[in-house]
Structures are given as structure tokens and as C-alpha cells.
Design a protein around this ligand. Structure first.
Ligand code: TXE
Length: 480
């Protein structure tokens, strides 16, 4: 039984209550570990450790902070295999995906912000020949970083890297569903010599531990990625306390395919944007809109390939679709397969629970489902499912597809496939989302602003936006 511990004040320690929660392996459905069932008292201990570390860390030179963060990044790379295996075991994702995406991106996040702070410039505004105004940025203090279960170490580091780089100290709360890589990360921080209390990780339930981080008087800002419902709860707690908030929430992203697209590329990438990580990425394109002249051709080709995706043990290199993250989540996704059929959708392939042979027979596996014939404003096409379930809908004009694409309460990302540059610009401009990919998907440049509109959240992560979020600006006006 793999028991993990909290990381507070530079030490790996048990929860004060001595209570633990079970950690289930999605691939087999079996309990394989225990995680601290921490409480507000553990969060308070972590905040105090972070407060004690803040004066020195915030005054540590950028070069020194950068060097320490780069050392952690190197240790992530050196421990790639162990971290990838841990991620796959905790989340159910194919080991190939964890090796190629999750873990390399975690070290890339650390490197990106460790080097960004070496190149940050300061603004100044000269007022005629009377004064010079200098914008001075300083770290906020102790900040809270709360991350979800779909890309555990990838999103955990995406938050804590800019927070640490800009001189804050952190109390982090990874998802209780996938805590393992954050625990292994804390060991790498100890090995790298990160000063005690600079980063603290408190494991446990969201409503208990996450809520305690948000409502603690001494956390100055909260960076959250997770469900929209939880985002609302966090906002309701933090807003009256005037805390800075970064909310990266759910999505229901349109994937718009015009007849003049590069058909093979659109087909291949649409399979990825539909089912990568078992469809458990907030950026997945779960509503596929296809211009009528190529609708049937695309539908038949897409269904043919989707029905052949290899579902199985996440530990098998040939697996393309692994296990969903939990029994509860599998149940939630299956409930949408039922809703889609009740709403008149035609199931073109998949939608059944899969019995995988051998040690994984009790795991949480679902055959990727493809529906057609659903109204664009039905529940299946309006609500975030967050699993391997997509819908196909034909369209005739740009106005039609924009109306359908923009019809949900979400606005995170969108994908547009066309070879017409003017059309690409027109559609991208009129889509209600924070991110638009044209002839690609999930092609990431970490300097770009990342985030959504409407129920997909508030604020932007990435690049200077992330460093701005984790700092306070002061204008100093010096009269000549
Ligand atoms: O998110 P939660 P979950 C969506 C997706 C998924 C749904 C729920 O639809 O089905 O969100 O997923 C902590 N105060 N996305 O369960 O519950 C919790 O412990 C403070 C999209 O992962 O929001 C965890 O660490 N914290 C998303 C984190 O919040 C609280 C990726 C996320 O948990 C809390 C994942 C509270 N009251 C899910 N309640 C994306 N945009 O990528 C929970 N938490």
C-alpha cells in the first residue's frame, strides 16, 4: 500500500488527524494507496510555513530562484519513467501519453517560468520633462494553487511555477483523485534543495482542504483549475475577501470542419482532439461541426477510425484509450450516453463499457462514443461531459455554424479547419472563446495567454499573464 504524506515546511509529514483516504488505480479498480485526509489545521500549518519562508524567498535573487527551479526541472527529466508510470497508475491515462506529454510538459513549465523571470522588463512612463513613473512589481505573499485530476503534474506545475518564480511561497492542493505525482514532485524539491516552506503540498478532499486554502485569511491569491461548479464556489468564498482569482474551468469546445480543409489532417487530429486522455481534457473538441458537402465522407471515415481505437491497459504501449479516472466519472459519462440516446441521437459507434482482460478486468473502460442527429441546443451538446463522447453535426453557412458553436455557456477553445485564410480570420474573430486553433489542436506556445470566457473561467495563465497574476504592481512617480 503506497502511503503518501503532506509536504509542509520542507518535511514529509502525516496529517494531524492521522486519517487517510483510499487511492484507487483506475486501470484495475483496486485500492493501491492512501492519501492524507487533511483538514483546515494542516492547511494552517502549511500557510504558517509559507509565511515564514516568504521574507527570504521573495528577496532571493531571480537568478537564484531560477537556478533552483531549473534543478527541479532537471530532476523531473531524470525521473521521467517513474513519474510517467505514477501518472498513468493514478489517472488511468496510457503510459505513452504520460511519457510524451504530461511529464515533459511539467519540466517545460518549470523551465519556462524559471527563465522568463530573467528576461522580464519593467515599465516606465515619462511625464513630459516633469517626472518619471516607474512600475514596480512585487510578489503577493502566500498563494493557493488548486489543481485537477485530468493532467495532474502538468497542471500542478503550470500553477506553482509562475507563483514560485515571481517570489511567492505556495500552499498547493492537488486533486485527491490523482495525488501521486505531486507527492513525488515534493521529494524532488527536497532533493533540489528548495528552501523549507517555499512550496507546501496539502493532500485531501476539495471541500475540506481546498476550501480551507481559499478561505484562509493569509492566502493572497487563488489559482484554480477544475470544474465550473467548484469555480463558482471558490469565487463566492474569495471575492468578499478581495483575493486575486485565476479560474480555469470547464469547456464544451467546437471543432469546425469546412469542406475546403486538409481532409486527412482534419480527420487525424479530430480523433486526437476528441479522445486524447479519454476525452478528459478541458480543451477537447467534443462538438464536431462538418460542412454538409463533406459530412457523410467525414462521418464515415471518423467512425471507422474511432471504432478501431485500441482500448486497454494504460501500461501497454499500444493502448490508445486508457481507463477513465474513476468509477464515479465513468458513471457520469455513461449517463450522458443515455441522455444522448433519449434526446434522439443516433449512436454510430462505441458507448459500451469495455471488459479488459487480465489484471485490468475491474478497471473503468468505455468505448469512445460518436453520435449524430442531435439538436445543437440539447443537453448532450450544451453540457460538459469530459469523457470520450462526441457529436457530429452538419452545417451549411458560416452564420449557422457560428450560432451553434457560440450557443453554450462555455467559451474555452475552438478549432477551425479550412484552407481559406480570410475565412479562418473571420470565424476565429467571431468565435466566443479564449483560444482558437486553426488547422491544428493543442499546439501550445507557453508565452500565449491561456484561458476562457463565460463559464470557462476568468483570467489568463501563461507567459507574462501568469507572472502578472502572481505579482502586485505599484507606480512610483518621481518628480524631476
Ligand atoms: O474537478 P473539481 P474534478 C471539469 C470536468 C469534471 C469536473 C469535476 O467536467 O467532471 O470539472 O472534475 C478541488 N474548494 N474539469 O472533480 O471537483 C479538488 O479537490 C476548493 C475541467 O477534478 O472542480 C481538486 O483538487 N477546492 C477541468 C480541484 O478542486 C475544491 C479539469 C478540482 O476539483 C473544492 C478537471 C472547493 N469547494 C475537471 N471542491 C479543466 N478545466 O481542465 C473541489 N476542490
Amino acid at each position: 500500500m503506497e502511503r503518501i504524506l503532506n509536504y509542509i515546511g520542507g518535511e514529509l509529514i502525516a496529517p494531524q488527524s492521522g486519517k487517510y483516504l483510499e487511492n484507487v488505480e483506475p486501470a484495475t479498480g483496486k485500492v493501491y494507496g492512501e492519501i492524507p485526509d487533511s483538514e483546515a489545521a494542516d492547511v494552517d500549518l502549511a500557510v504558517k510555513a509559507a509565511q515564514a519562508a516568504f521574507p527570504v524567498w521573495s528577496k532571493t535573487s531571480r537568478a537564484e530562484r531560477s537556478k533552483l527551479m531549473l534543478k527541479v526541472a532537471d530532476l523531473i527529466d531524470q525521473n521521467l519513467e517513474e513519474l510517467a508510470m505514477a501518472e498513468s497508475k493514478d489517472n488511468g491515462k496510457p503510459i505513452k501519453l504520460a511519457r510524451a506529454v504530461d511529464i515533459p510538459r511539467a519540466s517545460a513549465n518549470m523551465r519556462f517560468f524559471a527563465t522568463a523571470i530573467l528576461h522580464e522588463s519593467s515599465e516606465a512612463h515619462q511625464t513630459d520633462d516633469e517626472a518619471i513613473n516607474v512600475t514596480v512589481k512585487s510578489p503577493l505573499g502566500v498563494v493557493g494553487c488548486i489543481s485537477p485530476w485530468n493532467l495532474p503534474l502538468y497542471l500542478f506545475t503550470w500553477k506553482i511555477a509562475p507563483a514560485l518564480a515571481s517570489g511567492n511561497t505556495v500552499v498547493a492542493k492537488p486533486s485527491e483523485i490523482t495525488p501521486m505525482t505531486a507527492y513525488l514532485f515534493s521529494k524532488l524539491c527536497i532533493e533540489a534543495g528548495l528552501p523549507k516552506g517555499v512550496l507546501n503540498i496539502v493532500h485531501g478532499l476539495g471541500p475540506k482542504v481546498g476550501q480551507a486554502v481559499v478561505e484562509h485569511n493569509d492566502t493572497q491569491a487563488i489559482s484554480f483549475t477544475g470544474g465550473t461548479k467548484t469555480g463558482k464556489q471558490i469565487a463566492a468564498t474569495a471575492a468578499p475577501m478581495f483575493k486575486k482569482l485565476s479560474l480555469e474551468l470547464g469547456g464544451k469546445n467546437p471543432n469546425i470542419i469546412f469542406a475546403d480543409c486538409d481532409f486527412d489532417k482534419a480527420l487525424k487530429t479530430s480523433l486526437q482532439s476528441s479522445f486524447a486522455n479519454q476525452g478528459q481534457i478541458c480543451l477537447c473538441g467534443s462538438r464536431i461541426f462538418i460542412e454538409r458537402p463533406i459530412y457523410e465522407q467525414f462521418r464515415d471515415a471518423f467512425v471507422e477510425k474511432a471504432s478501431k481505437l485500441k482500448i486497454g491497459s494504460p501500461y501497454d504501449d499500444s493502448t490508445q484509450v486508457g481507463a477513465l479516472v474513476s468509477a464515479q466519472h465513468l458513471e457520469k459519462v455513461m449517463s450522458y450516453v443515455k441522455i444522448a440516446q433519449e434526446e434522439g441521437g443516433r449512436l454510430l459507434c462505441g458507448g459500451q463499457i469495455v471488459e479488459v482482460e487480465g489484471e485490468c478486468s475491474q478497471g473503468f473502460y468505455l468505448q469512445p462514443a460518436v453520435f449524430e442527429g442531435l439538436a445543437y441546443d440539447c443537453r448532450t451538446n450544451q453540457e460538459e461531459i469530459f469523457g470520450p463522447v462526441v457529436t457530429l453535426t452538419p452545417f451549411d453557412t458560416e452564420d449557422d455554424v457560428l450560432e451553434m458553436a457560440n450557443s453554450t455557456d462555455y467559451g474555452l477553445s475552438a478549432t477551425v479547419w479550412t484552407s481559406n485564410l480570410n475565412r479562418a480570420n473571420r470565424i476565429s474573430r467571431d468565435l466566443h472563446s479564449g483560444i482558437v486553433w486553426v488547422n491544428c489542436w493543442l499546439f501550445r506556445d507557453l508565452r500565449t495567454p491561456f484561458g476562457g470566457v463565460k463559464n470557462s473561467g476568468a483570467g489568463r495563465e501563461g507567459g507574462w499573464d501568469a507572472l502578472d497574476f502572481f505579482t502586485e504592481k505599484k507606480n512610483i512617480c518621481i518628480k524631476y
